[in-house]
Write a protein that binds this ligand. Sequence first.
Ligand code: ZN
Length: 409
Amino acid sequence: MRRRKHSWQTGALSLNGTFDGKSLGSTDEEDPEIHSSCVSDTQSLEKKDEEDSLSSHLAAVLAVTSQPSATKNRFLEALNYVVLRSRIESGRTLTSDELACYGLPNLSQTCYMNSVLQSLLTLVPFVKELKKQSHQWRSHPKALLCKLLSDINNGFATKNRMQKKSTLFKFLRTIALHHPEFRNDAQQDAHEFLNTVLEQLSSVSTELRSMATDKEQSYTCPVEAHISFQMLSTMLCHSCGHKSENMEECLNLSVAPEDTIMQGIQLYLKEQLLDYKCHCGASQTTEQRSFFTLPNVLIIHLLRFKWSYFAAQKIHRPTCLSRELLLHTNQSSEKIKYSLKSIVNHLGSCTTSGHYICDGVYRNASQGDGNACWVTYDDDIVKETTFNHVCQQRQKTAYLLYYEKMEKD
Ligand SMILES: [Zn+2]
């Protein structure tokens, strides 16, 4: 058993060697055990099958990394299997080398940007759409943000700090062209930054769509296709019965930190009494909000900061981070299931200071893998964690939560 474990760990080191640019051959030569059989006579056939499978997957990882032309999907599939097996076998926390997942360096006080990018780029359908549309945004000068976001996404698999710093600097500078508040080095609010990024990404969609139509092609904006949704607000005067409806395009939902995330959403959707003068003379109406549409990714913003004229006070109330949410639109009673994929946390007591970190499901995990490990991104430090640990530790700090629509069973 011990020998088997050692053999696996040697394999993991070989994987590191690949990403560090070292020769795989030399690593193997240093430890001949990597080629030796790791099956003792007493092990069952079932265990041997399991190990053969692990060896073949590990071999696939090594083979694919040495062949740049090989398909990335095969590599990710094999890597994912190896990571999962290693977690079960070793019982220890994996390093970023073993996860082949690296962080983003801090430019000064840009943890707000890093955590927003790390949480956003954990969303597989969003990233896939961004890549899928590259032939449209690549040639458009106004769509530089799409290209930079794609470059940052590719940077998850590399260690090149200087290149990452340069890309992050360009990203921030592009955002600041239209939003000068992000021009200085001060700490910023992650929610405001997220909204700015999403708005700027979707602001070019009309031009890109029109350019694509001219070429008899089509363009799908990743933000519009996966993140935007519509909320319907219905105002009702209980004196005269006058009803008015207002549709709002939303990028996320700002809810109070209640005992659970769902309770926060329910409070948001609950009928509220408003001071509003109706034409009949009544001074109060009620407002009820409902989902007119639901997005593929629902981003929940917890209202942890109470703004006053002078400063913002942080609300540390713990909120149970539900792994799944069930929601429905006002068009249908059919419940849609969502699963938590990433979280931006604010550590500290106010918005102008403190530190942002991100927790997210392992990016290279197979879609729909309920057992996939989680990782914590603290700027350029990446560590393996578990969903249970995140749930326990982030009840008071979770600030932005990204829920992805689950496939129907
Ligand atoms: Zn009225």
